[in-house]
Design a protein around this ligand. Structure first.
Ligand code: PBG
Length: 328
């Protein structure tokens, strides 16, 4: 036999020599849930190991993440029910929970990179990402853009380094970019949720924020899981409208989309390893059906292999700890 691919797999250091892809803690963005109060650490039953944290404990979590090499976080506020309304007014309050949390984090850890998720759902009494016309049940595109612009400015002023529009309204990247430029936020990054699918994998996240739609579903704005050419079209638009980073969400069932976007643009690509993907590995790990740590690292590595430059993942701390101890 002349050709034996196993030669290069025959010894550990030979395998190292030909390893193509790596995972490092600086590839991770940790999504965090913040709630009102002090000393609050509330478990989320569908996301074992993830908590809704009051601001004091959130700061501790940011510090622990920094210690293991994760310097970027994405912040999601648990908005109290009495603050939710049809216009998502609380999203525009310069002193809302998210804005207060961002100022506190920036004061203590100025180098931490903070991403603000921009969409109305955590603040909306309808649980939708845009403004709802209650007569027709339609999600109104253009009136939502104005709210997204204002919401982005609230967060940029509070210290957000990255604005992450997750709402899938048409034209939102341009609207937000124009608003940021106009107010002098020339360095604020836009990480667009470019290809965000109408997915069953967001379930645990909606438990965490109590943000599930009160009627209907999100299929008139989030994408059909059957489509990939549509993702490429969204990517072209986001790039033209001034996005700096393009994201695919969910991650694991959409690795082909990650790869397609990577091949079609020069912008960096992010993948969101969403709550349902986290829950699956945790649940099987708890039952002893899979080796949780190995499955986690293998999954995260698959994002890198598909072309993701960065990964939003609830596993950020757990994975970073392991990577610091071993190599993968
Ligand atoms: C809000 C938003 C969602 C997620 C991130 N931002 C939920 C949704 O669109 O319904 C989901 C994240 C996850 O499941 O981990 N627009």
């Amino acid at each position: 036999m002349l050709i034996r691919p196993r030669r290069l797999r025959s010894q550990p250091y030979l395998r190292d020599l030909v390893q193509e892809t790596y995972l490092k803690p600086n590839h991770f963005i940790a999504p965090l849930f913040v709630k009102e109060g002090t000393s609050q650490k509330e478990a989320i039953s569908s996301m074992p190991g993830v908590y809704r944290l009051s601001l004091d404990l959130l700061l501790k979590e940011v510090e622990e993440l920094r210690q293991v090499g994760v310097q970027t976080i994405a912040l999601f506020p648990v908005v109290e029910n009495h603050l939710k309304d049809a216009k998502a007014s609380e999203a525009l309050n310069p002193n809302n929970l998210n804005a207060r949390a961002m100022r506190a984090i920036k004061e203590k850890f100025p180098e931490t990179i903070i991403m603000a998720d921009v969409a109305l759902d955590p603040y909306s009494s309808d649980g939708h990402d845009g403004i709802v016309d209650h007569k027709t049940g339609k999600i109104l595109n253009d009136p939502t853009l104005e709210v997204l612009q204002k919401m982005s400015l609230v967060h940029a002023r509070a210290g957000a380094d990255i604005i992450g529009p997750s709402d899938m309204m048409d034209g939102r990247v341009r609207s937000i970019r124009e608003a940021l430029e106009e107010e002098g936020f020339h360095e604020t990054v836009i990480m667009s949720y470019t290809a965000k699918y109408a997915s069953a994998f967001y379930g645990p996240f909606r438990d965490a924020l109590d943000s599930a739609p009160k009627f209907g579903d999100k299929k008139t704005y989030q994408m059909n899981p059957a489509n990939i050419r549509e993702a490429l079209r969204e990517a072209v638009l986001d790039e033209e409208e001034g996005a700096d980073i393009l994201m695919v969400k969910p991650g694991l069932p959409y690795l082909d989309v990650v790869k397609a976007l990577k091949d079609s643009t020069h912008l960096p690509i992010a993948a969101y390893n969403v709550s349902g993907e986290y829950a699956m590995i945790k649940a099987a790990g708890e039952r002893g059906w899979i080796d949780e740590n190995r499955a986690m690292l293998e999954m995260l590595l698959s994002f890198r292999r598909a072309g993701a430059d960065m990964i939003l993942t609830y596993f950020a701390k757990q994975a970073a700890r392991l990577l610091n101890e071993t190599k993968f």
